[in-house]
Structure formats: C-alpha cells, structure tokens
Design a protein around this ligand. Structure first.
Ligand code: DGT
Ligand code: CA
Ligand code: CA
Ligand code: ZN
Length: 576
C-alpha cells in the first residue's frame, strides 16, 4: 500500500481545484478542494496516519464528506477515480500552464481549446511565434509578458539562461547606452561576448570620460526591476526576467585591457596572465605592470594587448583555454565561419506542419537573407502533435512548392522532410517515399529517455539509410529544460563520417545541438556539418548567429560547414 504524505495529498486536491476551474465547474466546489488542500498542507499530523488509525477525517477542519471519502479512496487503492476521469477530460499538464504568472483559468482554457496548447513548452513556442495574440483579449504586450514569465520560471530552475533570452536583452541595453553622447564605446563582455550556450549574467563595459549620465540611463531602463548596487563607475541591476547585469565605466585609454579581462573566460585569462608574467609583467583589469619598476602599460585595443604578448588576436568565441593560446602563438588559429558565409538552409517548417508561415513567406524571408537555396522540411506523419505530413500530403505539398518556385526564380526551393526516427527504431517513411524527396532530415523527437544502446541504434539506422542526408539536432537537448539523450556520440560521428551523412548544428538558441565540443570532435573526424535555424517562422532565420557562434566555438571554418557552399557545389556534395 503506497503511503502518501500531506504534501502529495494537498497537491492532488489543489490540482483538482485547478482543473475544475479550467473546466468551468461550480465555484464552491473548486473552493472546497482548495481549502482542503491548504488545510492538509498545514496539518500538524500525517493525514495518512490518522486514516490508518481509523480516525474520522471529516472531523478535521476544512475536510467535508467528499474530501474525506476521496482521501480514503486514495489511501486504500493508491488511486483516485475522480482524478483519473478528470484528467481524461482536461489535460493534466494544464496545471503547469496555470502556474505561469499572468495565466489564469480562463486564458488557460482558451489556449487549450482554441490553440490546442496543453504544456508550458507549447505555450512558450506559441508566444514566440506570435500565436497567443490571436486569442480574444490578448495583445502583443500580454503575450510578451507571458513569455517573460515563462523565461523567469525556467531561470529559477537553472540559474542560467540561453542566448535567446540573454542576447536580445543585451542588444537592447547596448542600443540604449550607445545613444548617449558621453558613451564613446559600448560592449557586452563576459560569456555573452564569448557566445557561451548559457549565460549567468551580463557584463557591460562603456568607455567614457563622464560615467554619471551612463549609470543613470542604465539604472532607469524599462526592463530593470531592481538596482542591486550603484557606484560611481560600477552598477548592477536585475531585469524583469530575472537576469542580472553589471555595468562598468572606464577611461578610453584602458579599453583594450579591460575588455580583454572582462570577456574572460577566467581559464583563458589565467593563461594570458602567465604569459605576461614570463615577460616580467603582472596583469589585472587595469593594466600590465612591469614588476621591476612599476611602469604601467594600458592598451586601447584588445589586439594590441595580445600582440604585446606575442599572440595573434584571439576571437572571443575561442577564449576558453582549449588550445587557443598555443594556436595564437603559432599563428594557426582557424579562420572562423561567419554568418555571411551561409548560402542556404536545409531545415525549416511551414504551415503544412507546425510552422507559423506559408512556404512562400519562408522562401521570401530566405531570399531577403541572400540565400541561394532553401529546403522545406515539414514534420512527418507520426508526429501528430506537429501535424506531420502523410505521403499523400507530401505529394500535394510538392505542388505548392513548385508553384512558389515558379513565382520566385531568385531562390532554389527544394522539398524535404524532417522525418521521425520513431521510438521503435523504424523510420517514418519508406524508401519509396523518401526517394521522391530532394532532401531528408531525420530527427529523434520521441523516446529520448531510452537507454544508450537503443537510442544509438535508432540513430545509426537513420544514418545508414541511403536517403537520409542530415541528422537534425542530434542530441535532442533543450537548454535549461531537457538533458540530451544518452546517445553514443562517438559511434554516431564515426558512422556519419563513413556514410557521408551530415550532422546538424541546430541554431535555435534552445538547442545549439550539436554543441561546441561535439562540433570540434566532428570536424576532427571529418563529419559533414550543416547549420540550420529549424525556423518555424520567418524571424527564426535570425537565429543563424547563434548556430554560427556555436560552430565557431567548435573551431569551425567555412570549409567545415556544407551549407556555406553555393548551390551547384552543395548539390554535388549531397550523399547520393
Ligand atoms: P557567466 O556570467 O557565468 O555566464 O560567465 P562569465 O564568463 O561572464 O563570468 P563573470 O560574469 O563572472 O565574469 C566576467 C569575466 O570577468 C570573466 O569571464 C573573466 C573575468 N573575471 C571575473 N572574475 C575574475 C577572476 O576572479 N579572475 C579572472 N582572471 N578573471 C575574472
Ligand atoms: Ca557574466
Ligand atoms: Ca558578471
Ligand atoms: Zn525541425
């Protein structure tokens, strides 16, 4: 017989109250469950023990006949039929949706019934895609507030945020500070400048002779919720989404020294300091100080500091003490891939599955970025929640792609699929269906918690299929939300290299998958890599900067990334 503690029982009754409210039940009934939950949570003794001892639970304050009976049923059978029936009608995960600040039962209900959203992740994706706004009494502002609340909830769990949250906020701060005539130079340093996949806090630097107006503008920013510390040249604030930021003002003459120091990483800085010491200098955030006579050297440019120490300029993404100092000494640093090198994308979605925009809108957005080619890869049939395509719908989609292609000769439009690698290890389409497509991305979206052997086998089956060109977001992780699947990445990379199957660097800031370390290993093993935004709406293409940064952090040059090739060469490189 399972024992239930008071917290578990209270939570169950509170959840019943929540779901009944979404269902639109009688107010008094809802209140009764909530009151019972409160009372049980605050009870001095274990309800289970009282029941076991044969006590009449109705005697307890706030517990009536209905609640007493349900508690007894739960304790006796380990289940509650009322709850089972309720969650068959109203999805249980709506309880979490209700926990988002600013989301009440009415809104939760209309998100569920009008838009089919039942989880926080789905609500978040809908908010990002601008779909929440379409609900009655919802505007862009309330949508943004809900998104910020979800981000704050996520942050509470991990203490760090992904680049999709940190980067736009940092750009807003920079734009505000750059408007001030006193600000001569403005930069964000720290992990954001290095484009680490998650960010602990933001570190801003401003070169100026007059710090006061800059400090004042920083503290007065719209998104600032709290000023944590305020000095003459340094302030710290917390933004509404929970992220903290430091701002330091300094004289322009020591800009290079300070920017180098505050960009980090700490491990990189330790190595830089050792080099300075070998030359007889100590190094801190202000200056190099000659130990023999105290003579101070500051640098206006970072590159001058590196040069003084006998190093080529090291791009921030490489400053992690992963061999970059040696490479800078030998002048063998890689020439990192740039956003402008990308010539097309081979993984994106349209309204045919779970995208928010039409094929034509996506194609136009890709053209505006100067892309030569775009592959439309909507989800495949077994991914029902994403409205995956059957072979029949795929054939109809081909017609629309051809029509849009005829209208837009400036870009090469191809038809692909993002095919499920199903939980049972099979692929979602037969080879006959795949043969009709121009490009095949295969991805794992389900069964990510399977054991290493099973997961790896599933992936290898896709890699070994002659029609599969690319494995989408290979590890399946969602930054700050979900761990990667337990894949044997080494085996997967070897198989990918042998078969000429490319691995994706998914540029969505919640994925960045492959991660930087895997990118570096993949390049060593000669695996083809492709960077894609996996865009579900036109604005999704903006994420390319995060994918390119991740590739850079894995020391990737343009040669390592297949979709830097112009169309003709790209087509020739494809697997078959
Ligand atoms: P984060 O904020 O956890 O994402 O990571 P960072 O790298 O932004 O770290 P943060 O904000 O603590 O400091 C910014 C940079 O300042 C860091 O990358 C290197 C430099 N720094 C801070 N404290 C120290 C230190 O004690 N020693 C050295 N060498 N550098 C430091
Ligand atoms: Ca930081
Ligand atoms: Ca900091
Ligand atoms: Zn996708």
């Amino acid at each position: 017989m399972p024992r239930f503690n008071n917290k578990e029982v209270a939570e169950l009754f509170a959840n019943i109250g929540d779901l009944l409210e979404i269902k639109g039940e009688n107010r008094f009934k809802i209140l009764a469950y909530r009151k019972a939950a409160d009372n049980i949570a605050g009870l001095g003794q274990d309800l289970f023990n009282l029941w076991e001892a044969g006590q009449d639970l109705k005697k307890i304050e706030g517990i009536g006949q209905a609640i007493a009976d349900k508690s007894a049923e739960l304790f006796e059978t380990g289940k509650l039929e009322f709850w089972e029936k309720l969650i068959a009608e109203v999805p249980e995960s709506l309880v979490d949706v209700l926990n988002i600040p600013d989301v009440g039962p009415k809104l939760a209900k209309s998100m569920w019934q009008e838009l089919g959203l039942t989880t926080v992740a789905e609500v978040k994706a809908a908010a990002q895609a601008g779909k929440l706004q379409t609900l009655p009494r919802m505007g862009a502002k309330s949508e943004a507030r809900i998104l910020a609340s979800i981000e704050a909830l996520e942050r509470r769990d991990t203490g760090r945020v992904h680049l999709g949250i940190a980067w736009p906020l940092a750009m807003t701060v920079i734009a505000t500070l750059e408007k001030l005539p006193e600000a001569l130079k403005v930069e964000v340093a720290g992990s954001l400048r290095r484009m680490r996949e998650t960010i602990g806090d933001l570190d801003f630097l401003v070169a100026t002779e007059q710090p006061e107006p800059i400090m004042a503008a920083f503290k007065a920013m719209n998104d600032v919720q709290e000023v944590i510390a305020a000095g003459e040249t340094k302030s710290s604030v917390r933004f509404r989404n929970g992220l903290q930021a430091d701002l330091r003002c300094l004289e322009p003459s020591r800009w290079g020294t300070a920017l180098q120091y505050f960009t980090g990483s700490q491990a990189h800085n330790v190595k830089v300091r050792e080099l300075a010491q070998k030359k007889g200098y100590s190094l801190n955030e202000y200056a190099l100080t000659r130990e023999s006579d105290g003579e101070k050297l500051s640098f206006e440019q970072e590159a001058d500091l590196y040069e003084f120490l006998g190093l080529a300029y090291i791009p921030p993404q490489l400053r992690e003490d992963r061999g970059e100092i040696k490479a800078a000494q030998n002048k063998s640093l890689p020439e990192l891939v740039q956003v402008g090198d990308i010539k097309g994308e081979v993984h994106c979605h349209s309204t045919w599955s779970d995208g928010a925009q039409s094929i034509e809108e996506m194609a136009r957005a890709a053209m505006e970025r100067g892309y030569e080619y775009l592959v439309i890869t909507d989800h495949s049939q077994s991914l029902g929640i994403a409205n995956g395509l059957t072979p029949e719908r795929l054939r109809r989609q081909r017609q629309e792609i051809d029509d849009v292609q005829a209208k837009l000769p400036g870009i090469r439009l191809l038809q692909g699929t993002e095919m499920e690698i199903k939980a049972d290890g099979s692929l979602d389409f037969s080879d006959e269906v795949l043969a009709e497509l121009d490009f095949v991305v295969a991805s794992v979206h389900t069964g990510l918690r399977q054991d290493r052997e099973t997961l790896t086998k599933r992936m290898l089956a896709a890699i070994n299929n002659p029609y599969v060109h690319l494995i989408g977001h290979p590890s399946g992780r969602l930054l700050t939300q979900r761990e990667a699947g337990d894949f044997d990445m080494e085996a997967i990379m070897h198989a990918a290299a042998e078969t000429g199957t490319a691995l994706e660097i998914n540029a969505s800031p919640e994925r960045l998958d492959l991660n930087d370390a895997h990118v570096r290993r993949a390049i060593e093993l000669g695996v083809d890599l492709m960077i894609n935004c996996d865009a579900h709406h036109a604005a999704g293409f903006e994420n390319m900067r995060f994918g390119v940064a991740t590739a850079s952090r894995g020391w990737a040059t343009a040669e390592s990334i297949v979709n830097t090739l112009p169309w003709e060469k790209f087509a020739m490189r494809l697997k078959h």
